[in-house]
Write a protein that binds this ligand. Structure first.
Ligand code: MD6
Ligand code: FE
Length: 181
């Protein structure tokens, strides 16, 4: 998995995107698959090309697609065909504030999330931002399948604690696979 991702990252390097409000995200991101999630001053959206290189996003490695499809099936969502894989890199201190994933066209498809490297605390809230989130530790190799009534739940990642992981060094990598279009 890591070897396949290294080729993706060589073609579409990690970058810190800007929120629509102009803030630099602490999480560095890139994508593979037919669509890629981006944010800048004009908002959140999916694009077919990497705005940094103008090239189409690198193909989704088969190992990544197959893992996601298999995990979704095991979680009760057979026939998942993700067309996008967002790759998030967290260094110590990086975080993702509470948000909903709602830039996709079809909320009947689940999301599959794969955690690699350093552990993180996943904040899993409810359908309203004010709902107090549960804290769930995500470790290397953990896969979360997320859909149905939870598809639009608020969630985030608490600031990453420092550490050193044999697979990734001083970072956590998260893959978030979705059906965007
Ligand atoms: C992360 N994940 O784990 C960020 N979104 O680094 C997400 O924002 C996420 O893991 C929707 C469903 C699953 C996720
Ligand atoms: Fe999310």
């Amino acid at each position: 998995m890591i070897a396949a991702l290294e080729a993706v990252i060589a073609a579409a390097p990690f970058r810190h995107m800007l929120t629509p409000g102009g803030r630099r995200m602490s999480v560095a991101m890139t994508n593979c698959g037919r669509n890629g999630w981006v944010t800048d001053r004009s908002g959140y959206r999916y694009t077919g090309c990497d705005p940094m290189t103008q090239n189409p996003w690198p193909q989704m490695p088969a190992a990544v697609f197959n893992l996601a499809a298999r995990a979704a099936g095991a979680g009760g969502f057979p026939g998942f065909t993700p067309d996008t894989c967002l790759i998030n890199r967290y260094r110590p201190g990086a975080q993702l504030t509470l948000h909903q994933d709602k830039d996709e066209c079809d909320f009947s498809a689940p999301i599959v999330s794969v955690s690699l490297g350093l552990s993180a605390v996943f904040l899993f809230g409810g359908l309203h931002r004010r709902d107090r989130p549960r804290r769930i530790r995500m470790h290397n190799g953990d896969v979360a399948v997320w859909g149905g009534t939870a598809r639009l739940a608020y969630h985030g990642i608490a600031p990453l604690a420092d550490g050193d992981h044999p697979l990734t060094g001083r970072c956590r990598i998260n893959l978030t696979l979705r059906k965007a279009t």
